[in-house]
Each structure stands twice: as structure tokens, then as C-alpha cells.
Write a protein that binds this ligand. Sequence first.
Ligand code: ADP
Length: 455
Amino acid sequence: MLLQILCHITAALFGLLLIACWWRSRRALHQVAHERDQARLLAAETARQASADAALRNEFVATVTHELRTPLNGIIGMTSLLRSGDLDPRQREYADIIRASAKTLAVLVNDLLDFARIESRHIALEHIPFSLPDIIHDLHVLFAPRATAKGLDLALDIDPHTPAQVNGDPHRVRQILNNLLDNAIKFTEQGEIRIACGPASDGPDRRPIMRLVISDTGPGIAAEMQDRIFDPFCQNDASITRRHGGTGLGLAICRRLSVLMGGSLELSSSDDTGSTFTCLLPLEVSQTTHPDDAQRHDRVTTQMINGRRAHLLLVEDNPVNRRTIQLMLEHLGYQVDCADNGSQALTLLTGQHYHGVIMDCIMPEMDGFATARAIRTGHAGDFDPHLPIIALSAHTLTADRDRALEAGMNAYLTKPVQASELAKVLDGLLAAHYRCDMINSDTENHARERSKEPS
Ligand code: ADP
């Protein structure tokens, strides 16, 4: 009996012991789970705080850089004005240095602003129809003088299957290509830069993917740097980079923009073959046609006025601007002669009939205003004192525009001018003056002229 009671008591004690152990382990488990939850909450809070801090920091950078742009534009604009006045050589040198420094600062500020906007997701992408080949042609015209000056070939390779119009953000696509081209020309000392574009295979959701490639025969980028090169402020070879300047933000911006647009930007590079940057972007084919693009696609290679190739005189003293605008006009289908200043322009106009003049305003010897007045008062021979004159100026003030129009010019465009803008104004003025529609060589046979060209 006693033994039985002892057995019951032992069993009860054992049971109690088990319950106590179970209870303790349960509490320990609870404790671990609680601590884990606490750690998770803390991690989430830290991440939230970090992302709030990053957003605040980016917001701050965006605000400050935005505020910096206004005074910087003032410095650049005012030094341009200063440089166009009478300066002695030493003053001109000082003004040149101020302007160059302000421009370098402006690049840095713009890059920082862009980067901060992208990082804080304060960037709205457009979704409008645009033409990839047109963007590439424009960039070709823009960069050709720099490439030529360095003895580099700038080759174009546009796949004929590239759709005429796609939907997307043309400004951001241009920005990416612009930066890649700028780098390619900056870092390449000899050989060739190639711009290629065409359809790649369709994406997983059957959205068409466009491939944009900028390749060069430059120094290349070492294998171990190839991934890091897209990190902000990462620059490859310090000595080369110091020579060329730059912020180290361009590629970081380009890759982030490509990803924001649903695409990618990759680099393949070796010492022997230079660098190749490939940007893949999902850009669906557009069914609508942008009016400007339609107008430009109409063009083939030759602009005709009443059976004659349209012949323009470009008057511009700055050799780089001159070459850039000349290439732009030639690409638009015009025959172009160039003059360095107003008095040279008057000589050319006296000996030959031009259909129109594109005129810089501020030039040495004889400026654009005086030249326009001379043409209108018959000091440029008898051909056509009323021919269309378009002012092309770096100054954006209404007073400058008024001064050009008062001098007898018909339209006023500010630099840097876009090919589409130049084409639109030229078409309008030439068609009105010669009372004909501008036609190109392909449509020449379906003459749309309505009257004879004035002699
Ligand atoms: P930045 O050109 O302003 O320095 P980027 O982000 O555009 O900034 O480029 C980062 C770095 O990548 C450059 O400093 C350069 O070292 C390297 N790099 C970029 N493009 C090329 C290229 N085409 N060939 C050789 N190096 C390049």
C-alpha cells in the first residue's frame, strides 16, 4: 500500500517536473519569438528610417542643386554677354575662365540633380511617340565635329527594321545616348565610335525590345571595374579621368534611367577592343505619328525649291557651331555654304543666289544685325534683298529677339537649336517666301509648286 502511494507520489512529481520543463521551454520559446519579433520590428524601423533619411537627403540635394542652377545660369549668360563686348585680351581670358568654370559646375549640378531625382523617385517618365533614328541622326550631327576634331570616325548603323516611331521617353533616351557618346569620344584617342540601333528579340511580355549600342576603340575598362563603373562617383583610371574631368555620375544615371524604363545597360570591354555599352529598352511600336516626325520622315536627302536644290548661306563665326549647324542643315537636305562673318556673307550673297540665310547675331567684324540691315537695303547684290533670314543666337532675351526682327530678320531661334525646330522654321519661311511647298527629291516628280521662284 505504502509502496503504491510512493509510486503515485513519484509519478505525480515526475508529471509536475515534466509540466515545469514544458512550461519553461515554452516560455523560452516565447522569449525567443518575442526577441525575434522585436529584432524584426527594429530592422524594419531602421530600414524605414534609413529610407526616410535617404529620401530626405536626396530631396535636400535636389532642392539645393535646383536653387544653384538659377545663379549659375546667370553667371554663364552674363559672361557670354561680357565676352561679346569689347574686352582686352587679359579681360577676355578672365571671362573665358569664369565661363568654362561655371559650365563645369553646371554639368556637376545637373548630374547631381538628376541623380537625386532618380534616387528619390522624383522623376516622371514620358510616354509619347518619337523616332529613334531621328534622335540618333541628331546626336550624330551634334557629335560629329568633336569626333572629327579628334580624328575619329563616327559611324552610324541603323537597322532598317527599326520602327519609325516608338512610344517612350525621348528625352531620357537621348540623355542616355548623349552621355555614352560623350564618354566614347572623350576617352578614345584613335579609331572609331559606332552608334547602332535596331530591334532585339521581344521581351517576356512580348513587348518589343530595342537595342542601342555605343562602341568605341578606346582604352577599354578593366574586368574588375566593369560592374563598379555604374556606381555613383566611380571613375576608372584617375589620371585619364583627371585629364578629361567629369563627375563619375553619368553612367550611374544612365543605368538607373534604363532600369526605370524597364530595360538594362551593360558594358562589355577589353583592352584590345575598347568598350561597348548596350542599352536594351522595351519600347512598343507607336501607331500614332508625331507631326514633327512625320514632317521629317517625308524628307529624303534633298530639299528642292521649284526644281532647284535649296541653297542656304550659314553665317557663324564659331567653327564648332558652324560645323554642327552645317551638318544639321545638310542632313535636313539643304546645300549649305558657310561664311565666318557678316562682310564675308555679303560678298558671297553678291555673287550667288541663295534661298535663305541662317545668321549668328554676335560676330567679329560685322555682326548679324548689321549684315541683315545691309541685305535688306540692297548691299548684298541684286539677287533677292528680301530672302528669308533666320537669326540663330545664344541670347534668349525678348530684347535680343526684337533687335533681330527690327534689323530685318524673319525669325529668331536660340542655341542650342534642335534639327526639328530648325526644319520647321525653315520650311515655313521658305514655303511662304517662294510660294511653294518644300519638296524633296523623291517627291520632285509630283510637283507641288504653285508659282515661280522670284528671280
Ligand atoms: P564621368 O565621365 O563624368 O567621369 P561616367 O559615370 O560617365 O562619369 O563614367 C565613369 C568612368 O567610367 C569614367 O570616369 C571613365 O573612367 C569610365 N568610362 C566611361 N566610359 C568609358 C569609355 N567609353 N571608355 C573608357 N572608359 C570609360
